[in-house]
Write a protein that binds this ligand. Structure first.
Ligand SMILES: [Zn+2]
Length: 363
């Protein structure tokens, strides 16, 4: 198959064609220069790297009802917020099925990986591994050790299953405990992550000590806070729709202006399904509504490029012949590809790489 139109990847947007067979990129070049001799099926569209969901709690997909009214703390704060009661009362098989369903939603959007904060210790991490068996979505599991005194062998066992640790917030885990956990992550070559400045401003001196690889939210961060985050070289994940439910929004324009590496996430599965393209559109539109506009290019990079750099796989954000990426093919007008991706992409325009004219059978 030849996709003629635009390419949007790590090198930015450009006109061109991509020749694809069985999900692999064979050729990339200027329109009209492909070697197919006109014998291959040809579509007009945009080719990008696979997107990554920068922040999820997939097990929360247990509840699909409208979330009850309440403060953020009443809904999601450990140990007895609504979501934790939900998790505690559900049998493991129900949680595994909920996570599997959420992963299927992401498969249909061509999402290749999700950075999931997985509570419930080693059992929680194992359950997500089991749920993701056979899925095309790779879960990057940021596990959470149980509260209380740290049990070293249990922590090491958790890190053997998970890709790192993601805690609720620095306010809920004292500095000594944070340092112990972060040190264990470093030793194991794993990621250290936390939520910060979501409902109230926290001091970067707290959440940057020890330095996290990933900070989620920063809704209440000031420009000076963001400068400190930049100096620490941490990556930020933002979840604009989840924040909006509680009347807040992340300072995206300031993050773009400062050049912070930003990922876009869909957050708790009970608040939002993991519909990443809708998150992207909301990020774009809500920044206009707040008179603090961000560029479509910034949002597109946060889906398609920055996550792969964060995961240490920058090659997966490049569309090149024989590259490692299995690309995303979108039947969209190639004009202004960043704007197309952010405002128009969705399941209905994704072309499965193996079968250009047929949609994947419903799953
Ligand atoms: Zn979260």
């Amino acid at each position: 198959m030849i996709v003629e139109g635009a390419i949007l990847d790590r090198s930015g947007p450009r006109a061109g064609y991509v020749r694809i067979r069985a999900g692999r990129v064979l050729e990339v070049g200027s329109i009209g220069c492909d070697s197919s001799g006109g014998r291959e099926r040809r579509i007009r569209g945009i080719v990008t790297p696979s997107p990554v969901n920068g922040h999820t709690h997939l097990a929360d997909f247990l509840s699909v009802r409208e979330p009850p009214a309440g403060t953020l703390a009443e809904l999601v704060r450990p140990p007895d917020g609504y979501k934790f009661r939900l998790l505690q009362s559900a049998p493991p098989a129900a949680k595994r099925d909920a996570m599997r369903a959420a992963l299927r939603w992401m498969e249909r959007q061509g999402i290749a990986a999700t950075l999931d904060f997985r509570e419930e210790g080693i059992d929680g991490a194992r359950l997500l591994r089991a749920a993701a068996r056979g899925s095309s979505v790779r879960p990057v599991i940021l596990g959470r050790p149980p509260a209380g005194e740290i049990d070293r062998p249990a922590l090491e066992a958790l890190l053997a299953v998970a890709d790192g640790i993601g805690i609720s917030s620095a306010r809920e885990e004292g500095p000594d405990r944070r340092r112990t956990l972060a040190r264990a992550c470093r030793r194991a070559g794993k990621l250290w992550a936390l939520h910060a400045s979501e409902s109230v401003r926290e001091s970067p001196d707290d959440y940057l000590d020890p330095r996290p690889d990933l900070i989620v939210h920063l809704t209440r961060a000031t420009v000076d806070d963001l400068r400190q985050v930049r100096a620490a070289r941490s990556t930020v994940a933002v979840c604009p729709r989840s924040n909006a439910l509680f009347g807040r929004r992340p300072p995206l324009a300031e993050m773009e202006r400062l050049g912070l590496p930003v990922l876009l996430g869909t957050d708790n599965g009970m608040l939002r399904p993991p519909t990443l393209f809708r998150e992207a559109e909301f990020a774009y539109v809500s920044s206009r509504l707040a008179h603090r506009p961000v560029s479509a290019g910034f949002i597109a990079r946060s889906l398609l490029v920055t996550p792969w750099e964060f995961l240490g796989q920058p090659d997966r954000a490049a569309i090149t012949a024989d590259g490692p990426a299995s690309p995303l093919i979108l039947r969209l007008p190639p004009e202004d590809p960043e704007y197309q991706i952010v405002t128009r992409a969705g399941e209905q325009v994704i072309v499965p790489p193996g079968s250009p004219d047929r949609r994947r059978p419903g799953r």
